[in-house]
Design a protein around this ligand. Structure first.
Ligand SMILES: CSC[C@H]1O[C@@H](n2cnc3c(O)ncnc32)[C@H](O)[C@@H]1O
Ligand SMILES: [Zn+2]
Length: 440
């Protein structure tokens, strides 16, 4: 009898415990994942896939869990440059007296190196995809491309002159050019990103939304981050921030709203009704004492809630494993209910919900045939991950960044046995140290 020819594939991850995280099957199965042309070809038994495929490369996952890469749905990557520059302050004091003055010195070169550093930190801690808002975003896009990361990036837009593009008209034109320049890139996409209702006029927010609509891209905005913002927007417009955006006609499922801490029942109803995606950043919200976003109430209303770290100057790291742990715990304390935000819900927020919010749908965040091959391999052969009753529990409550062993983005191995393959981390750290000498 003639045997079928083995199918060539780019990569085979073998001997792992595969956490598919699909909607029906949350079981973990011992096995392998075959990858070809950037997507998952098959998930199955290791011996069977070794026999049926002819892999170009094999990654070992013995004693490890294979899961979808984490999605950091809100960050300002280049703020790695300002990590530890100003701590222990409330949001407005921190921004106006420390961060905005430091950002006046920013150059495109600083943003490029700060973002490379962020990409290194993110890959090392299991993130494969991020959403960014900052200045000189063409350099963020370039850095993400060089790191081989999936990213949704956008130039921040606000009413005052920007250290990058100067007057606002230039910012809108710059965003339009970015959209055109990156439209065919396989991993990097562009969003329109007005900063916040307190830094953007109604006309600017409307113009951003119309640009996002006409190009079919997401709009990202900080929204209702704390009570001071609510009071300021009430004073200016007689409406709370969410209602203000609703009145401007700019709430829709192409909107990604960062924070949504100070939201009331009506605000949450509006977010749910319009299909707005919310990004929860619990560590930044705790550190800036912005408060605790009502995530359980948002989820109850069916809002898609993703997870982000925010920038490194308000967190002070880009570690989504740590963010998941804090997220799962603070809501239990806030609700005085340990059943709130169980580990699976939080892992989903950090994977599939993030992918959906950023518009990278099509199976990203799941391990199934045809889905983009963004995968991480977490090494469970560690004292703090022993024994294993439920791998999801360990991923949320016990795993550390240094447990992430391999990382694959769109089928490309970007980290193998903790060695970064796309970035020279020593060189990046050395360069960022020279920039830091000029920050203060
Ligand atoms: C140029 S990116 C946008 C702008 O936002 C600042 N920023 C960083 N973190 C926050 C936050 O939590 N709320 C509001 N604004 C924030 C950042 O420093 C940039 O100036
Ligand atoms: Zn932010």
């Amino acid at each position: 009898m003639k045997h079928a020819q083995p199918i060539p594939c780019d990569l085979l991850i073998v001997n792992g415990k595969v956490l598919t995280l699909d909607s029906q099957d949350r079981r973990i199965r011992q096995g392998a994942v075959a990858v070809s042309d950037g997507v998952i070809l098959d998930v199955g038994d290791t011996a069977d896939l070794l026999a049926r495929t002819r892999p170009h490369k094999v990654l070992d996952a013995e004693g490890c869990v294979v899961l979808p890469g984490l999605v950091n749905a809100h960050t300002h990557a280049a703020m790695t440059l300002f990590r530890g520059l100003a701590d222990d302050l409330p949001l407005m004091d921190w921004l106006q007296h420390h961060i905005f003055p430091a950002e006046k010195k920013l150059t495109e070169d600083w943003v490029y190196w700060g973002t490379l550093l962020a990409c290194a930190e993110m890959i090392l801690s299991g993130t494969t995809c991020f959403c960014d808002m900052y200045l000189f975003e063409h350099k963020v896009a370039q850095a993400a491309d060089e790191a081989g990361m999936r990213a949704l990036v956008g130039e921040v837009l606000y009413d005052f002159p920007s250290p990058h593009y100067g007057p606002l008209e230039n910012g809108l034109r710059f965003t339009q050019d970015l959209i055109a320049e990156w439209k065919d890139h396989p991993l990097v996409r562009i969003a329109v990103e007005p900063h916040a209702p307190y830094t953007c006029s109604p006309d600017l927010i409307r113009a951003c939304f119309h640009m996002a609509e006409s190009h079919g891209v997401p709009m990202v905005i900080h929204l209702s981050e704390n009570q001071a913002e609510v009071e300021e927007i009430l004073r200016r417009y007689g409406k709370r921030p969410v209602a203000h955006l609703a009145e401007l006609g700019v709430l829709s499922d192409r909107v990604i709203a960062d924070h949504c801490v100070a939201v009331d029942e009506d605000d949450m109803d509006l977010l749910a009704r319009h299909g707005v995606h919310v990004v929860h950043n619990p560590e930044s919200n705790l550190k800036l004492t912005s408060g605790i976003a009502p995530v359980p109430a948002l989820l109850e209303r069916g809002v898609n809630v993703a997870l982000g770290t925010d920038g490194c100057a308000s967190n002070n790291n880009l570690d989504l494993l740590a963010e998941m742990d804090v997220c799962a715990k603070i809501h239990k304390a806030a609700a005085q209910d340990p059943t709130v935000l169980d580990a699976r819900t939080v892992l989903n927020m950090a994977t599939a919900c993030g992918a959906r919010a950023l518009g990278f749908g099509d199976g990203l965040g799941r391990i199934q045939a045809g889905a983009p091959a963004d995968l991480i391999v977490v090494d469970f052969r560690k004292p703090h991950l022993t024994p294993v009753y439920d791998p999801v529990s360990h991923l949320v409550y016990a795993a550390q960044a240094s447990d992430v062993r391999h990382s694959v983005i769109a089928g490309r191995v970007v980290m193998e046995d903790r060695q970064l393959l796309t970035l020279d981390v020593e060189r990046i750290c050395a360069h960022v140290r020279t920039i830091a000498e000029k920050v203060r």
